[in-house]
Design a protein around this ligand. Structure first.
Ligand SMILES: [Zn+2]
Length: 348
């Protein structure tokens, strides 16, 4: 499909503070995040028939809360004018600021994908946000990393983040009316089980959340109750996005405006390459996911596993596991349970 729409020019640094027009009826407002290596989240502002529709919200810090209010004021609105927050997934850098705004403005709607229900309802500050993932890590022989993840979850700094249930869960095919046209909900699980992308067909645009990011490969199954086969799930979602009409990419993190299809192809190619690398490691004698994670380079800067922070070490090991499970599906490796956890060997 030929895209006839374009986006307005944006600042060279996508994190620059401000409210930037993207297209008629659409603004982008980057809000700051208190996270190492991830400075901001794009919040998109649209006009609905009964007030503003915001796609993603940000982290519930005082700074982000104030900036959201100031940004809306620049557009002649107030926080109370928000009709609905449409959140692509339940991660705190997307969801928690919406939860916080609703404490002050209870009439504001908050909707998120139905696949997030278990993770949202299962959360307590006692088990932290990574309880399910650290259990998975232990099952794959990386107990030492799991211990450090659990210890980090017990730290207090994230305890105060508001994380309430949404007003409604969304499903594939749901539509949300806009002043001009409507938004269409697509279920694209992988990064989390309930991840949504939001299509604006009238504008030829797709709000991709963290499903398709321009500058990063999304981590998989970062959730309290994780998908047990997340790469298979994610690859299915990428293939679905590739089969849907192309659109301009409006990601939650990073610069806007590229082709969704072009970036989706790159992500599929990245995982195909990673599958081959891991298959070779197994052929070369690596037996555990942890060993393989130690042998592979991580992040764009090709860092070693032990140089990553503990949450990224966890997601790196689980990403290797996710690839091994796909290789097993494809008959390229098999697992032998030896002692407490699987050891991976060539299929023949
Ligand atoms: Zn995110």
């Amino acid at each position: 499909m030929k895209m006839t729409h374009t986006v307005a020019e944006q600042p060279a640094d996508w994190t620059e503070r401000g409210v930037f027009p993207v297209a008629p009826g659409l603004y982008r407002m980057p809000l700051p995040l208190p996270l190492v290596g991830l400075p901001a989240v794009n919040v998109y502002v649209l006009e609905g028939p009964d007030g503003l529709i915001l796609i993603d919200a940000g982290w519930a810090s005082q700074e982000a809360y104030d900036r959201l209010g100031q940004g809306l004021a620049e557009l002649g609105h107030r926080l109370g004018d928000i009709d609905t927050f449409v959140i692509t997934h339940a991660h705190w850098d997307h969801y928690s600021l919406a939860s916080r705004v609703r404490q002050d403005h209870p009439q504001v709607g908050l909707v998120v994908g139905r696949g997030e229900r278990e993770t949202i309802e299962g959360y307590t500050s006692e088990i932290g946000i990574h309880g399910g993932q650290s259990a998975q890590l232990r099952r794959h022989g990386a107990a030492e990393i799991a211990d450090r993840v659990d210890a980090k979850d017990r730290e207090a700094y994230e305890r105060d983040v508001p994380f309430d249930a949404p007003s409604r869960y969304l499903a594939e095919g749901d539509r949300l009316p806009l002043a001009d046209g409507s938004l269409q909900i697509e279920e694209t699980p992988g990064h989390t089980k309930g991840h949504l992308t939001v299509r604006w067909p009238a504008a030829g645009m797709l709000f991709t959340g963290d499903h398709v990011l321009p500058n990063a490969t999304p981590a998989l199954a970062m959730e309290l109750v994780p998908d047990e086969h997340p790469l298979r799930t994610y690859l299915d979602s990428l293939r679905r996005t590739r089969a849907d009409p192309d659109a301009l990419m409006l990601p939650a993190h990073g610069p806007i405006g590229g082709s969704v299809h072009a970036r989706t192809e790159e992500l599929l190619a990245h995982h195909a390459e990673r599958l081959t690398e891991i298959e070779h490691l197994v052929a070369g004698g690596s037996r555990t996911a942890l060993e393989m994670a130690r042998a592979l380079p991580w992040t764009k800067r090709e860092r070693k596993l032990d140089d990553l922070d503990v949450v990224h070490q966890m997601s790196a090991v689980m990403e290797v596991v996710a690839h091994l499970l796909v290789l097993q599906d494809e008959g390229r490796v098999r697992s032998q349970t030896d002692g407490d956890f699987p050891r991976w060997v060539p299929a023949r």
